[in-house]
Design a binder for this molecule. Structure first.
Ligand code: RTP
Ligand code: MG
Length: 148
């Protein structure tokens, strides 16, 4: 089953949005595989955002993501990588549709509440970067029978 890495960023944690975000993913029908509240080291932040190393906002991005606790998660389900990105909405909350997490709760592109892997390759890389294999919980959930 497809898996993706999703993270409530420091602004989302500070604004009390962990529950709202977890709830949306649960109600959609995705299955929670792993979750932890954690602080992010400079090294982990730089590895996570390595693709943006040359961008002018890289420093700000790393400073922001290391500025306070984040809530890191792995979710699984059919097409969950693309599905999670749909639920998050566009990168800039100003462009994100109402009904999406960024559209409903975000204001600025720098603090846009949530991260989600953007491809199967990113998902694999990010899950392995943020979680150890023993942290990924394999269990049956009967809802899988009802969502096909
Ligand atoms: P994310 O990686 O956080 O899930 O966001 P994303 O895929 O939608 O966007 P991405 O292009 O990967 O950019 C990563 C994060 O960098 C910040 N950003 N700032 N100032 C800017 O123009 C700018 N552009 C991107 C955003 O916080 C974005 O989430
Ligand atoms: Mg991205």
């Amino acid at each position: 089953m497809e898996k993706t890495f999703v993270m409530v960023k420091p602004d989302g944690v500070q604004r009390g949005l962990i529950g709202e975000i977890v709830s949306r993913f649960e109600k959609k029908g995705y299955q929670l595989v792993a979750a932890k509240l954690m602080t992010v080291s400079q090294e982990l932040a730089e590895k996570h955002y390595a693709e943006h190393k040359e961008k002018p906002f890289f420093g700000e991005l790393v400073d922001f993501i290391t500025s306070g606790p984040v809530f890191a998660m792995v979710w699984q389900g059919q097409n969950v990588i693309a599905g999670a990105r749909q639920m998050m909405g566009k990168t800039n909350p100003a462009d994100a549709a109402p009904g999406t997490i960024r559209g409903d709760f975000g204001i600025s592109v720098g603090m846009n509440i949530i991260h989600g892997s953007d491809s199967p390759e990113s998902a694999e890389r990010e899950i392995n970067l943020w979680f150890g294999e023993q942290e990924l919980i394999n269990y049956d959930k009967t809802i899988n029978k009802w969502i096909g």
